[in-house]
Design a protein around this ligand. Structure first.
Ligand SMILES: C[S@@+](CC[C@H](N)C(=O)[O-])C[C@H]1O[C@@H](n2cnc3c(N)ncnc32)[C@H](O)[C@@H]1O
Length: 480
């Protein structure tokens, strides 16, 4: 990766992004103000496609205007609107998330399709969106295309030809020759400012990964991985073992009702992205170690650390203290630990700047710091359009503060691990280097990147290396 640019440049990018966002919200509200009833819907498919178009518009506008996560907005909508069946939900949900995935291109229509009315532009967006994703609800796509009243049919001869972002970009250019499209613009410009990648191939691989969904990754606990795969197969869930960690499985892309799985209810399966699992593997706790997970949230990594101890010995004496400034996630961790039947995990909330644990006490301290979460954009494509450059720039001071305070818990000879799910060197290498500059008693250790085999002191797990979220991890040791 290159080095992030200076604050003047990011300020001008930030101003441009804010004014673009405001004009998009105005555009969406203008469409909302017009009535789709004026469209001449005759067939049942046309009527239903209008209703979908309207719902998707309401939800999309709400996410963009209120800057609230799409998952929360759509979840609340379906909670309040029980009329939708499972097919309706699928069309609405998948179209909505896809709009965010391709918004870097689709948003251009708002200002550059000047020959269309605004509602017709919305139908063009929905049609192109469905084509880019190769969605299968053809009667509704055909209806959207008719309402769009386009000079082009917006069809794809062979869906299998649109497999890469480059192919999609070429198809789009062929449909709209007057508009210029590039693959870089599928993520906001500020991403490239804060996560600069000079190498063109790596840049394209990053866009490709951020424009597709990763599979559901899970960790198997208490039982053998093969046994878990067999139990899932009996329920028609095809799971495959990961080639990297013996307790990891890939559950594919279909959503799963976890509470319907006895494997999950009995604590033998925990959902955890494979990239996130790298962090526990780099911590590599010994069976009788005492670890402190200082930003535990609901404890995804606390559970992993304990599981790694128990894999070494069923009666492993090791312990984990989990801390967070929020109480609710710690309560959730207690439930998950109970479900797994894990003893040895306790909670101690941060209530002030004072350590909630003894000084120089722990064999290992994990700081999974709050961050911009750019590494999780594959799962939350909306975040790239509702977050701003400050979501990166605001974090390093807090991250350094948490890392410095947490480091006091490490005993001499003990391990300190810093991790984020950010792809930005500002939140990663720069924070570790700033910490080391003030803490001569800590030194970096060389570790091996599990996916690439590279040996280095700091690793960024890139989403395209093993079809995961992005993560950063660095391991240090206290010398004095
Ligand atoms: C990246 S998330 C942790 C995810 C978690 N470790 C997991 O594996 O599921 C960061 C966590 O840091 C917590 N946090 C935010 N500010 C904090 C602070 N000043 N001190 C400690 N934790 C903080 C947040 O509440 C959040 O749960």
């Amino acid at each position: 990766m290159g080095s992030p640019l200076n604050s003047n440049t990011t300020k001008s990018v930030s101003d441009t992004a804010a004014s673009h966002h405001a004009s998009i919200v105005t555009f969406l509200n203008e469409i909302k103000a017009t009535s789709f009833e004026a469209m001449n819907a005759e067939t049942p498919a046309q009527k239903r496609s209008l209703s979908y178009a309207n719902t998707i518009l309401q939800l999309f506008t709400e996410v963009m205007e209120k800057k609230q996560p799409a998952d929360r907005v759509v979840g609340e909508y379906f909670r309040l609107n029980k009329k939708h069946g499972s097919k309706d939900r699928r069309v609405i949900r998948e179209s909505l998330f896809a709009l965010f995935r391709w918004w870097g291109w689709l948003s251009k229509f708002s200002s550059q399709l000047t020959t269309q009315t605004k509602p017709a532009t919305w139908f063009t967006m929905l049609t192109v969106n469905a084509r880019l994703e190769s969605h299968s609800w053809e009667p509704f796509i055909a209806a959207w295309s008719e309402f769009a009243d386009n000079e082009h049919a917006l069809t794809v001869d062979d869906d299998s030809s649109l497999v890469s972002v480059t192919a999609k970009c070429d198809w789009l250019a062929s449909q709209f020759p007057a508009i210029k499209f590039t693959t870089d613009e599928l993520v906001p410009e500020w991403f490239w400012q804060t996560c600069p990648i000079d190498n063109i191939e790596q840049r394209l691989a990053m866009v490709e990964a951020l424009s597709s969904r990763p599979p559901i990754w899970a960790r198997v606990q208490n039982i053998e991985t093969g046994e878990a795969i067999e139990k899932l197969a009996k329920l028609d869930i095809i799971a495959t073992a990961s080639e990297f960690f013996s307790d990891s499985i890939n559950l594919g892309h279909k959503s799963i009702n976890l509470n319907g799985l006895s494997l999950y209810r009995e604590g033998e399966l925990e959902i955890q992205d494979l990239g996130s699992q790298v962090v526990g593997q780099i911590c590599a706790p010994n069976k009788d170690d005492n670890w402190w997970d200082t930003c535990s949230g609901a404890g995804g990594k606390s559970l992993q650390l304990r599981s790694l101890m128990l894999q070494q010995e069923k009666q492993a004496k090791g312990t984990i203290v989990a801390s967070d400034v929020r109480r609710k996630p710690l309560e959730e961790l207690a439930k998950r630990a109970k479900r797994a039947g894990f003893n040895g995990i306790s909670a101690s909330a941060w209530k002030s700047d004072e350590l909630p644990v003894p000084h120089k006490h722990f064999d290992g301290v994990l700081v999974d710091a709050p961050c911009s979460c750019t590494g999780t954009w594959r799962r939350n494509p909306d975040m790239r359009w509702i977050d701003v450059v400050d979501s990166v720039n605001d974090k390093p001071a807090l991250q350094l503060d948490i890392l410095s305070r947490s480091s006091q818990g490490v005993k001499v000879g003990g391990t300190l691990v810093y991790a984020t799910c950010s792809l930005s060197p500002l939140e990663n290498e720069a924070v570790v280097n700033a910490f080391l500059a003030k803490h001569a008693d800590f030194t970096l250790e060389v570790t091996t990147h599990p996916f690439t085999g590279e040996k280095a002191t700091m690793h960024t797990v890139l989403p395209y290396q093993a079809d995961t979220d992005g993560m950063f991890v660095a391991r240090m040791q206290r010398k004095l």
